[in-house]
Write a protein that binds this ligand. Sequence first.
Ligand code: PMP
Length: 408
Amino acid sequence: DLLLDVARVRRDFPILDREVHGKPLVYLDNAATSQTPRQVIETLDDYYRRYNANIHRGLHTLADEATAAFEGTRETVRAFLGAADSREIIFTRGTTEAINLVANSWGRANLGPGDEVLISRLEHHSNIVPWQLLAGELGFTLKVIPVDERGVLDQTAYRDLIGERTRLVAVNHVSNAFGTINPVAEMARVAHEHGARILIDGAQAAPHQALDVREIDADFYAFSGHKVYGPTGVGVLYGKAELLEAMPPWQGGGEMIKTVSLEVPSTFADIPHKFEAGTPAIAEVIALGRALEWVGQIGLELISAWEARLLAHATEGLAGIEGLRILGTAPDKAGVLSFVVDGAHSQDIGLLIDQLGVAIRTGHHCAQPLLSWFGVDATCRASFAAYNTPEEVDVFVEGLERVVGMLR
Ligand code: PMP
């Protein structure tokens, strides 16, 4: 039997020792941001204590050390994603910036009137709005893959919608609002059959399942550091080398150039540096590398099996609460539990359960088109990570029963 040593995992997270309103913290808002193990905190601290320096440009020892650690992380990320080449790894501020990079660089070079981009109703706003903005400007058409009543993407509709005008399919790997796991490898195959590219928003997949961008055959894959036990302010865009090489720069500045002239056109650095203008989040990138190593030491197979157990336990617990409806009942689901309760506002549930030390999220989860299709404008969402325990799930379920009782 696959069993995570959760007591040992928890010892790595100093924040789990704190209390909230006099109660032990039960942190179930991991889909928004995960907590940070001491190894990652120490990596940030160590950087500023010992070798804080700008990268790539310096010849002094500190600059060399910082550059080596920064570029070493590119290799760590390459291995984490199963990419062929570390030049295919671009550091961004997060998933949002990674998607905006693809939209503004690849999109502007490849999309125009008559073209179509396919997104889905399951998307986070960050994989909707950049395409809406660009469609308004460039005149291509945005089409939407529908979901069924379980929150599963309709694959038949996908096959009907995709066609010879489709240039790009942009979908998430795992839905942050419902936890639905999408069959992205199959969707990539269909996209490629039609000569389209596929961008996968992996913000919710990276922390919860082993990834292999080559097996998926993703053209672009994005994720955020702060959801995978790393720091805020850093994320990753993976892109196939031949695509990245052909793409124009997006942001201009230092680091991304070969030569700059006021008389003839400036020339640009090779990938990945072409897409990393300015001083990056050096400390955070290095600490992201440490976070991915931490994840690797436990193993994503173990983490995802553990979270599946927590999800099953919580789903069972919530089934006992009258008038509670779970939104998102896909057979293939990550550790995300979205629900509404008759006669109790999500906001009130969130506020009251916080008084019991339990952190869940309430609201639209940056997925308004999805929630509105389900006829709600907010849900409560509990989401799990490697350090959560069945006992915490019990505290959550009992707390929810109490809170709902108070509100009705
Ligand atoms: N996509 C998904 C599926 C997400 O869950 C999130 C974060 N909630 C994002 C994109 C955006 O990530 P970030 O805010 O880190 O850029």
